[in-house]
Design a protein around this ligand. Structure first.
Ligand SMILES: *[C@@H]1O[C@H](CO)[C@@H](O)[C@H](O)[C@H]1NC(C)=O
Ligand SMILES: *[C@@H]1O[C@H](CO)[C@@H](O)[C@H](O)[C@H]1NC(C)=O
Ligand SMILES: *[C@@H]1O[C@H](CO)[C@@H](O)[C@H](O)[C@H]1NC(C)=O
Length: 382
């Protein structure tokens, strides 16, 4: 078992001019979370609409809202496969009901003849870490009850969890939490993480350095999402950008930083000439005030090596133009070392968020290619 490198797409159709469109650039104003979320939602929140091939219903699983997409069963296969899907948006934005995610889940349900459960977990500022994790766990545990699977005609042996960006973070956290509970440990057949957010300890990985000003998700915006998730103070953002929160004089942080030592976890083709940013003296107040920064439930990349072996077969999609690229590549490496079967699907012309941009006017070629590659992997492995 090792890392299968699925695709390395070299034809760059990445256009920075299109990326810098006003709408996308406005995501940089993410501290106006409620206003921005309102704008995004008012552009595209859809009511549940079934088609000939996919039945769509809004309901709740143990008090957590979900949108369920039911594809038609395959002939001769009465039980369907299933994916629990967790949307992205910095733990603060978007919805299972906006058109981007509604369309993704509809396509998955149709092409995989599967039942897709898209979780409408609660967001910042209504709730903060770890409530988002509790929401996705509560809904997933409810769905896994034999009588619920029977109602939806789902094969209990063919269920995966997936999510993109902050949703990939929640999917990875959920996967890890399930390994701690005997009755849940082997319930998931796979996890598929799309440009996941996996750590808050080092904001100077090569991909953070390389893409610190890339639109859609510049570094300072990602750090603000983290601070918001913990209901922390923006005064710390500048210090966190230079890794002052995990400096060598911050004792609790340094041991954990060894788990994401990218000089040993990343290949030279990625590290290039980038140098680690490790401060000798930093600011211990940051992790005193925000101890959640150092927890594996928020940063799945720093989990105990011992636990990782219990994780299911894993797919990780990464994009070159993304501060989070190395979070994904490092997690793939740690999982591989733990003996987990991992597929790393890297897109040289990919940018953060691209997989949901598949419809006009944001029908990027790389959006369509990432989505097709992801669905193909699910089809072959679920
Ligand atoms: C990082 O910490 C050092 C030592 O406390 C301090 O001198 C420096 O100003 C901090 N950097 C930022 C950006 O806050
Ligand atoms: C990181 O890994 C490199 C290469 O294995 C090693 O030389 C270095 O001491 C490690 N650094 C830390 C902080 O663990
Ligand atoms: C996006 O959609 C438009 C209009 O349907 C089409 O002309 C264009 O070729 C599409 N672009 C891609 C990359 O598929």
């Amino acid at each position: 078992m090792g890392i299968t490198l699925l695709t390395v797409n070299t034809a760059p159709s990445f256009s920075s001019t299109i990326l810098q469109s006003n709408l996308i650039h406005s995501l940089g104003l993410s501290h106006h979370l409620i206003a921005l979320n309102f704008i995004i939602l008012s552009f595209g929140k859809k009511s549940a609409q079934s088609s000939a091939h996919v039945k769509v219903t809004d309901t709740d699983f143990d008090g957590v809202e979900v949108r369920v997409f039911e594809g038609s069963p395959k002939p001769n296969e009465p039980l369907r496969r299933s994916v629990v899907y967790i949307h992205g948006g910095g733990w603060a934005l978007a919805s299972a009901k906006i058109s981007y995610y509604d369309e993704l889940c509809t396509t998955m349900a149709e092409e995989l003849n599967a039942v897709i459960v898209s979780i409408e977990y609660r967001l910042v500022p209504q709730v903060y870490f770890p409530e988002q994790i509790y929401d996705v766990m509560r809904a997933t545990k409810y769905f896994l009850k034999p009588e619920v699977l029977e109602k939806y005609k789902v094969d209990p042996g063919r269920i995966g969890v997936s999510g993109d960006s902050a949703g990939g973070n929640l999917a990875a956290a959920l996967g890890q939490q399930f390994t701690y509970v005997d009755s849940l440990r082997s319930k998931l057949k796979l996890q598929a993480l799309i440009y996941p957010v996996l750590q808050a300890l080092d904001f100077n990985t090569p991909s953070y350095q390389q893409n610190k000003n890339t639109p859609i998700l510049p570094r300072h915006v990602m750090v603000k999402y983290w601070v918001d998730y913990f209901k922390g103070n923006y005064d710390f953002v500048q210090a966190m950008i230079v890794n002052n929160h995990t400096a060598l004089d911050v004792d609790r942080a340094t041991a954990l930083r060894a788990r994401l030592n990218w000089t040993s976890l990343l290949p030279e083709s990625i590290t290039k000439s980038y140098k680690p940013v490790m401060q000798t003296t930093g600011d211990a107040r940051i992790v005193q005030e925000i101890p959640q920064l150092l927890e594996a439930s928020s940063s799945p990349l720093i989990a105990d090596q011992e636990m990782l072996q219990y994780l299911p077969k894993t797919y990780i999609l990464t994009c070159e133009h993304d501060v989070l690229r190395d979070d994904g590549i490092m997690y793939a490496k740690r999982l591989e070392r733990a003996g987990v079967d991992v597929t790393l699907d890297h897109f040289e012309d990919g940018f953060h968020g691209c997989m949901i941009f598949t419809s006009w006017p944001t029908n990027f070629s790389v959006g369509i290619r990432t989505r097709n590659s992801y669905i193909k992997w699910l089809d072959q492995n679920l």
